[in-house]
Design a protein around this ligand. Structure first.
Ligand code: LMR
Length: 408
């Protein structure tokens, strides 16, 4: 009998992960991968950071057991991430109002957040910026949540469309989850100011919304401390909040699935009770989190020399992306004889959107081996350092075409 598995029809490939597979399968040597968000160096490689290698050597030497670590995973890692997010002198942490769990990547942390919220607010919907990381909607659906969009960015100006965003969020009902992205918004690179963060924190508290702050790129924007200042202002204004923290990008630990789920509650008792639910949710899905990546981050962040080495390497990655971003903005301005791309140079992090949508991205792929999603998002770190003028010249006619199609 074959009535179960034979009843499936195939699902389309993931819009981002499908690009990597297609890029790898392309036999051309002249090709550019601007798809999945992984950092690449000038040679196009995604190397293991030196601080990570050094930490792994220490772990190999020191580790004496592979026994389970328990529901929170690596508690030293959790404490280190609490410090990254809340700062070294946090009242919320010292009062026991913060709880944290090692999670299988930032994505696993987002799943914990959505599932926890579902327990207290079964009718709660999830508000997600438009555009956003496409997987936010998938995770919301996996946790049985209805997803709604709020406008986020004025792409031409390179600013947050704050009024439009607030107009939409005023429609949110008490108990709804709102996902805000921390530094380096994926996919736009447009970030909230510290004042906007504080305003949103106060707004969520007053409207009884349940916020989830997704921090996946700390250190890729303006620097480690600068990048988290807005999130801290938000947390100071909003007593109840959830945070999903990813170490995939800033520690280069992608495949190790290293993330942290944190919650801030109004009291230590509330944090403790909510924690017992998080542990129960995690137990049912993956039982306990993976250990290796968390051990690496703990080792780095509890060793002054390794922390300094990591910060230097992180700063190198950040500066390379800033230079590539500026170079692309200049090259596009030059190719299109415009200054319309000036705002692109001032945006943050790994991603930005180009005015290249849908079919024109397929044409770029076919003609020049330029791989990017149909949304027009590009991975800045994938840009060719020496070939920005050529890339801009290849993209320019398609941008004019995209613009004409959009206008009419
Ligand atoms: C991306 O947005 O490309 C990355 O965050 C990788 C992923 O998992 O989608």
């Amino acid at each position: 009998m074959s009535q179960f598995l034979s009843s499936f029809t195939p699902r389309p490939p993931d819009p981002l992960l499908g690009i990597s597979a297609a890029y790898k399968a392309d036999p051309r040597t002249e090709k550019v991968d601007l798809g999945v968000g992984i950092y690449k160096d000038a040679a196009g490689n995604t190397p293991v950071l030196g601080a990570v290698k050094a930490a792994e050597a220490l772990i190999l030497e020191r580790q004496t057991s592979k026994a389970y670590e328990g529901p929170r995973g690596n508690v030293g890692f959790c404490a280190a991430i609490e410090k990254q997010v809340f700062g070294a002198q946090s009242e919320a942490v010292s009062e026991g109002r913060v709880a944290s769990f090692t999670a299988p990547g930032g994505c696993g942390a987002i799943f914990l957040a959505m599932s926890l919220a579902a327990r207290v607010s079964p009718e709660g919907r999830v508000w997600i910026s438009t555009p956003s990381w496409p997987n936010h909607v998938n995770v919301a659906a996996a946790a049985g949540r209805e997803a709604l969009g709020y406008p986020y960015a004025d792409l031409a100006a390179g600013t947050v469309a704050f009024e439009e965003m607030m107009d939409a969020l005023r429609q949110a009902r008490p108990g709804d989850i709102v996902i805000f992205q921390g530094p380096c918004h994926n996919p736009t690179g447009v970030d909230l100011s510290a004042e906007q963060w504080a305003y949103l924190g106060d707004f969520c508290a007053r409207q009884m919304l349940f916020p989830l702050v997704d921090v996946a790129y700390q250190g890729f924007g303006e620097g480690l401390d600068e990048d988290i200042a807005g999130v801290r202002a938000f947390l100071a204004a909003c007593p109840e909040a959830m945070i999903a923290y990813s170490c995939s990008k800033n520690f280069g630990l992608y495949r190790e699935r290293t993330g942290c789920f944190l919650l801030q509650a109004g009291s230590a008792a509330a944090a403790g009770a909510a924690s017992s639910h998080v542990a129960e949710i995690a137990r049912a899905v993956y039982s306990m989190p993976p250990a290796h990546g968390a051990a690496i981050v703990e080792t780095i962040l509890t060793d002054d020399a390794l922390t300094a080495q990591w910060k230097t390497e992180l700063e190198e990655m950040r500066q390379r992306m800033v230079a590539l971003r500026t170079g692309l903005a200049n090259a596009l301005n030059g190719a299109l004889k415009t200054d319309a791309f000036a705002p692109l140079a001032g945006l943050n992090g790994m991603f930005s959107m180009l005015p290249l949508q849908g079919p024109v991205t397929d044409m770029l792929r076919m003609q020049f081996g330029i791989y990017m999603p149909g949304s027009g998002r590009i991975n800045i770190a994938g840009l060719p350092e020496e070939g920005l003028d050529q890339l801009a010249a290849q993209m320019a006619p398609f941008m004019a075409h995209s613009q004409a199609t959009a206008e009419g």
